[in-house]
Design a protein around this ligand. Structure first.
Ligand code: B3K
Ligand code: ZN
Length: 877
């Protein structure tokens, strides 16, 4: 029997809670299979509230229920599937509910569960209702006091939010700790951790002199790998003071790293819980990318203390209020710590790889969605990354000073409240005396706007006229779109490669200006333009749009060499490569041998040779657009042709620049002690980008170079880069390198994720068989989200050639694994389905097979609402 459609929750149905719970006292008696939770809630009816009280309560056994110390008679309450309702309650009372839960068998990893024997919690979005009956919604703020009791031997460390106010021993080898959090918070920010953990400690003194104890708790033996996370935390705290004037507000800040976690990390008040992957790192076991991710995620969770915790969301539709803003803040943090242009390039790559396809597919939704079946499905690239772009555009409109003025007003008005995206924009508008109503369309309208630019140069009149037209394609439920506010940063690059002065309607605008597009079609005339300039448009990616421009290759090559904005310069190369690859794909379709454009090859050569550009930037230019991005530019995606064209272009680049690539590579081989700083990371990135092109040349010499690097690398960045090339190009030494890696790291489950992922993403024909075999490896487990993502997730989302193999076996495999995982962990299962949602973009045979896989998922008995929502929306017309 098919699963019935779960109810749809709508923003338009929002009503404020009927009761307040100003105080919550929890006593948690920990036991692996039968934990007893007693919740004592001070409840007050809000004016005009209903007589009955309904609490959220899932997956628990109710042991006792009392109002003001008197047990509630059985006929006066109902305990259903997911709700506990009491027919009639007084105006103001104390409700005591005692329940039993089973952390050990909690495979969903929501609520209270165990990860390698450590008790931990995950409550966002709606996990608290699996710990205690509660009004589990973000606009109900309560002050918590938490007593934890546990076996002292297995759980020497007992943690919750706020301050430790008491601790001591109990009978039977047990002990207890009492934590009090002075800040009222929604239940989703509650956390509890108990286990046998080691920790490292440090201290940070805030600007106003508060000494904060910092602790990072890890499994024993991992203490030596937490140092970089600690440094990142201190840098985050200092940066938030300097750039945003925001200080930490308690005397203690704890981080706990656990191995089994549904996502990256969680910002619980003063007790952040992390996927260990984003805490633990050392040169031997982690790549430069891992270090950078640690810095940014440690920052992100810390920044939530103000944007998310002190000021939280009224309802889950407002999720981007905290996520978009906090992603913007973490992006700015990393940009300030490292290379700003390179960070921007990486963020845009990621936006295009994940958010653009989402916005163009069946799961497209606005930054503020207006309905959902399962909120966990809305922790998306749109809410996070596009949400951050929306904040970035506000920043572009108001400038740093105006933006910070808006932030100060936002904090002043709303500290301690649960608010909406409208409140945020209102603070920005009021602080700057601006009307941002038109701008707010970004929150409501899904889809990536396309801007088409036409230019006309009149040498006689010395004018340049641009006509700019915007159009947002229809998305599910939104057939008609309105124009949005697009801040388009631009410069005119003269024939000498310099920025020309900009004059519009007699007004001098310097050499870079931001045009505000608000209409379907607009034009603008630049004056005093004697010679035809090249257009440097959407500089720094000032708006998350697609740009259509009729632009010749010569102009692209010119901008690759001369654009003064590093982002735009990189972009010129990417767009050039993209045009070229699409042309090569077409000629493949005609049965011809694709030819690479010599002018492009030459332009890349210039960049490679340009020592005035930093290494990290050059590495970005050498990396061709991903296969997914190229596919996105095609009506019907042809994964094999894309792969062939891209490999052909890589080989042409390698052949043309062999000597220089080799010299650049050799010059950056060194035995210097590894440091995870941006400069060294940039050197490694360029070195490995050169190696990647060399490997494509197919010569025995380069193959040997790759093999040697895999064997002798003294750090994980170089080792993984080489192993990826061995598997990606099917080079000799691949099996030996993989075997040696396994032998070296088999005890380290975090490092083993890399070993799984590199094999899952190989374009070789036997990859699916290999993936199936790897699922039998003792290190693999369906109960561990990191393993599932490294193997099954990587195969489906990052291996276009093999996932989309012509016989459909990749699709069947994904359906089978999704269904199996859904029984254990619906949240992670639902996230696997995404790639099947792009069926409309494939040829008819694949299309039918992908639809069949989705239908198979949907036909599963007792499917979770997580998977139901994704699969049904992916199939909807
Ligand atoms: N707020 C959490 C994400 C929770 C996801 C729940 N399904 C991490 C973050 O964005 O900081
Ligand atoms: Zn976040």
């Amino acid at each position: 029997m098919k699963t019935e459609q779960p109810p749809v929750i709508r923003l338009s149905d929002y009503t404020a809670p009927a009761f307040a719970i100003p105080r919550t006292a929890l006593t948690v008696d920990l036991d692996p299979t039968r934990t007893i939770v007693e919740a004592v809630l001070e409840v007050e009816r809000v004016d005009g509230g209903a007589p009955s009280l309904t609490l959220d309560a899932e997956g628990m056994e109710l042991l006792a229920l009392e109002i003001d110390g008197t047990s509630v008679p059985e006929d006066a309450y109902r305990m259903e599937d997911d709700k506990l309702s009491i027919a009639e309650v007084p105006e103001r009372f104390t409700l005591t509910a005692r329940v039993a839960i089973d952390p050990q068998s909690n495979t969903r990893l929501e609520g209270l569960y165990r990860s390698n024997g450590v008790f931990c919690t995950q409550c966002e979005a709606e996990g608290f209702r699996r710990i205690a009956p509660f009004i589990d919604r973000p606009d109900l703020l309560s002050r918590y006091s938490v007593t934890i009791r546990a076996d002292k031997k297995t759980c020497p460390v007992l943690l919750s939010n706020g301050n430790l106010v008491e601790s001591g021993d109990l009978d039977d080898g047990r002990h207890y700790a009492v934590w009090e959090d002075p800040f009222p918070k929604p239940a989703y920010l509650f956390a509890l951790v108990a286990g046998d953990l080691a920790w490292i400690a440090d201290r940070f003194t805030t600007r106003s002199g508060r000494a904060v104890d910092l602790r990072i708790h890890v499994e024993h033996g991992n203490e030596g790998r937490a140092g970089y996370a600690m440094e990142s935390l201190k840098r985050s705290m200092a940066w938030d003071e300097e750039r945003f004037g925001l200080e930490y507000d308690l005397d203690i800040f704890n981080i706990v790293a656990v191995s089994d976690f549904n996502m990256g990390a969680m910002e619980n008040k003063s007790l952040n819980v992390f996927n260990a992957k984003y805490i633990l790192a050392d040169p031997e076991s982690a790549t430069d990318g891992d270090f950078a991710a640690i810095e940014s995620i440690v920052g992100h969770e810390y920044f939530h203390n103000w944007t998310g915790n002190r000021i939280t969301c009224r309802d889950w539709f407002q999720l981007s209020l905290k996520e978009g803003l906090t992603v913007f803040r973490d992006q700015e943090f990393s940009a300030d710590m490292r290379s700003r242009p390179v960070k921007r390039i990486q963020d845009v790559r990621m936006l295009r790889a994940r958010q653009f396809p989402e916005d163009a597919g069946p799961l497209a939704h606005p930054v503020r969605p207006d309905s959902y079946m399962e909120i966990n499905n809305f922790y998306t690239a749109t809410v996070y990354e596009k949400g951050a772009e929306v904040i970035r555009m506000l920043h572009a409109l108001l400038g740093e000073e105006g933006f910070q003025k808006g932030m100060r007003l936002y904090v002043e008005r709303h500290d301690g409240q649960a608010v909406t995206c409208d409140d945020f924009v209102a603070a920005m508008a009021d602080a700057n005396g601006r009307d941002l109503d038109h701008f707010k369309r970004w929150y409501a309208q899904a889809g990536t706007p396309e801007v088409t630019v036409e230019s006309h140069h009149d040498p006689e009149a010395e004018t340049l006229t641009l006509t700019l037209a915007q159009m947002t394609p229809p998305t599910p439920g939104q057939p008609k779109k309105q124009p949005v506010t697009i801040p388009l940063a631009l410069a005119l690059i003269g024939p000498d490669g310099r920025e020309m002065p900009i004059r519009i309607e007699g007004e001098d605008r310097g050499t870079e200006t931001v045009l505000l597009l608000t209409e379907d079609r607009q034009s603008v005339t630049f004056e005093g333009v004697a010679e035809r300039p090249r257009l440097s448009l959407n500089r720094g990616f000032s708006a998350p749009i697609r740009l259509n421009q009729r632009i010749g290759r010569e102009d692209r090559a010119f901008l690759m060499a001369h654009d003064t904005d590093p982002f735009a310069r990189w972009e010129a190369g990417q767009q050039y490569a993209c045009d070229l690859l699409l042309e090569m794909i077409e000629s493949l379709g005609r049965g011809e041998t694709p030819k690479a454009d010599p002018a492009f090859i030459e332009a890349i050569g210039h960049t490679l040779a340009n020592n005035g550009l930093d290494d990290a930037f050059r590495a970005q230019v050498l990396a061709l657009p991903t296969e997914e991005y190229i596919g996105e530019q095609m009506k019907i995606v042809d994964v094999d042709a894309i792969h062939t064209a891209r490999e052909t272009l890589k080989r042409a680049l390698a052949d043309a620049h062999y000597d220089r690539l080799l010299a650049t590579y050799q010059a950056r081989r060194s035995n210097e002690a590894f440091a995870p700083d941006a400069e060294q990371a940039g050197r490694r990135a360029l070195k490995n980008a050169c190696l990647a092109l060399l490997a494509a040349s197919g010569t025995a010499d380069t193959a040997e170079l790759v093999r040697l690097q895999a064997e002798t690398a003294n750090n994980m960045t170089d080792r993984m880069a080489a192993i990826m090339l061995l598997t990606g190009n099917g080079l000799p030494g691949r099996d030996e390198a993989l075997a040696a890696f396994r032998e070296r790291w088999k005890e380290d489950e975090q490092v083993m994720d890399k070993w799984f992922a590199v094999q899952a993403t190989s374009p070789e024909a036997d990859t699916l068989d290999r993936v199936r075999k790897l699922m039998q490896d003792p290190v693999f487990s369906m109960r561990k989200p990191n393993k599932v993502r490294a193997l099954i997730g990587a195969f489906a989302a990052a291996n276009p050639v093999q996932f989309n193999r012509a016989d459909g076996a990749g699709y069947d495999f994904l359906a089978e694994q999704t269904i199996a995982l859904d029984r254990l962990n619906p949240q992670v299962a639902a996230r696997l389905i995404g790639p099947l949602g792009h069926w409309r973009r494939f040829d008819e045979t694949r299309r039918d097979m992908m639809k069949a896989a989705l239908e198979r998922i949907l036909a599963t008995k007792d499917l979770s609402r997580d998977c139901y929502e994704i699969a049904s929306k992916a199939l909807a017309d």
